[in-house]
Design a protein around this ligand. Structure first.
Ligand code: CUA
Length: 169
């Protein structure tokens, strides 16, 4: 059977494209750890966050020498607490849930980026080294105020961090 050489060329290119798609997905999953939101962070009742031991009073807690946990509630159209305050040179794991609809949680300038789904707790970890401020943005359309939904992650010099205030300053 004779196959025209252009046909061969296109066949080859479409095969390459398929291999390329598989490679990028594999790289995303294995190389940079992109995953779907799962329930590894646990489940919560979005209607009873007020009674939840952590989410009723969201904030930052020290859990290791340079390790912190931040419980964050996303709701139309704010993040609580705001700002979220942590010391420099620390590893911060965020546990984020929603009180109402699906939101996004992205720490601008880092690779922390997750969907926030009512009933589920999204977990993302960020290392912060230098003092400064990072913007937090909601990147899932969540209603009329979506474009205004933002917050601040404030990284303060280690000596200035006061853990007793639960990260609210
Ligand atoms: Cu919350 Cu968009």
């Amino acid at each position: 059977m004779h196959i025209h050489q252009y046909e061969k060329l296109w066949l080859g290119m479409s095969l390459l494209l398929i291999v390329g798609f598989i490679a990028t997905i594999t790289y995303g999953a294995v190389g940079v750890g992109v995953t779907m939101v799962d329930d590894s962070g646990g489940n919560v009742n979005p209607n009873a966050l007020d009674e939840h031991p952590e989410f009723s009073d969201p904030g930052v807690e020290q859990v290791g020498e340079n390790e912190y946990e931040a419980h964050v509630v996303a709701r139309q159209f704010i993040f609580q607490p705001d700002p979220i305050v942590v010391p420099a040179n620390s590893t911060v794991t965020f546990y984020v849930t929603s009180a109402d609809v699906i939101h996004g949680f992205s720490v601008v300038g880092t690779n922390a980026n997750t969907m926030v789904i009512p009933g589920e707790v999204s977990e993302v970890t960020v290392e912060v080294n230098e003092a400064g401020e990072y913007g937090l943005i909601c990147h899932e359309y969540c209603g009329s105020g979506h474009h205004t939904m933002e917050g601040i992650l404030r990284v303060v010099p280690e000596g200035e961090y006061n853990s007793s205030d639960g990260g609210e300053q």
